[in-house]
Ligand binder design. Structure first.
Ligand code: ZN
Ligand code: ZN
Length: 200
């Protein structure tokens, strides 16, 4: 399984680099950065000052037939779907496309304080969450699991950056057994995994 990351109007190079590195470790180097000529203006709601994520995914589908794998769009603007005030991201269940916004993952958004480490951690969790939906996972009741649904950013901070044993089992059954490095509560710090990966 290949994973394609498509930054859209994305200027945060340091987050992009660190996220790409982490995702490459987790998904065993099956990750490529791609450029999608997406017309984001078509998904913009002037009333809400936000972008309709479902529309962006629908438009991206027309641009990605050549990419055989999962396509993750990364944006910095705020996303919505009509029934919610905002969404952190959206994904097609058992599908190819997902989108994650950094907009409400910034600590500046809440406290006015910059925290790059927190931004990075939150981004990684939301990316793993949306890619989990792509690989057939639904929301998990386990508060530690990255597939737990997050209504607010504090719930993202509570959960881990790993698929729980139950979700990992479903991924294996869905054919993604050898696609990713398994994260567990025992070694849920990705930095540890990256370190050990670099040592061996
Ligand atoms: Zn979800
Ligand atoms: Zn789970």
């Amino acid at each position: 399984m290949k994973f394609f990351i498509a930054p859209i109007e994305f200027s945060n190079v340091s987050v992009l680099n660190s996220i790409t590195k982490d995702i490459s470790v987790i998904f065993k180097d099956n990750v490529s950065l791609i450029s999608l000529p997406l017309n984001t203006a078509a998904a913009y709601s002037r009333d809400r000052g936000q972008y309709f994520s479902t529309q962006l995914i629908a438009d991206a589908m027309k641009l990605t037939p050549a990419y055989d794998g999962k396509v993750l769009m990364l944006v910095e603007f705020d996303l919505f779907v009509p029934v919610f005030t905002y969404v952190f991201g959206e994904a097609q269940l058992n599908g190819k496309h997902s989108i994650v916004s950094l907009c409400r993952l910034h600590e500046e958004f809440y406290s006015g304080k910059t925290n790059d480490k927190l931004l990075h951690e939150r981004s990684l969790k939301e990316i793993l969450h949306e890619l989990g939906h792509n690989m057939g996972l639904i929301h998990c009741r386990n508060w530690n699991c990255v597939m737990h649904s997050s209504q607010g950013v504090e719930e993202i901070d509570i959960k881990g950056n790993f698929y729980c044993p139950e979700c990992s089992g479903i991924l294996s059954n869905n054919g993604y057994k050898d696609t990713f490095v398994k994260l567990t509560p025992d070694n849920d710090s990705l930095s540890k995994i990256i370190d050990s990966d670099h040592i061996t």
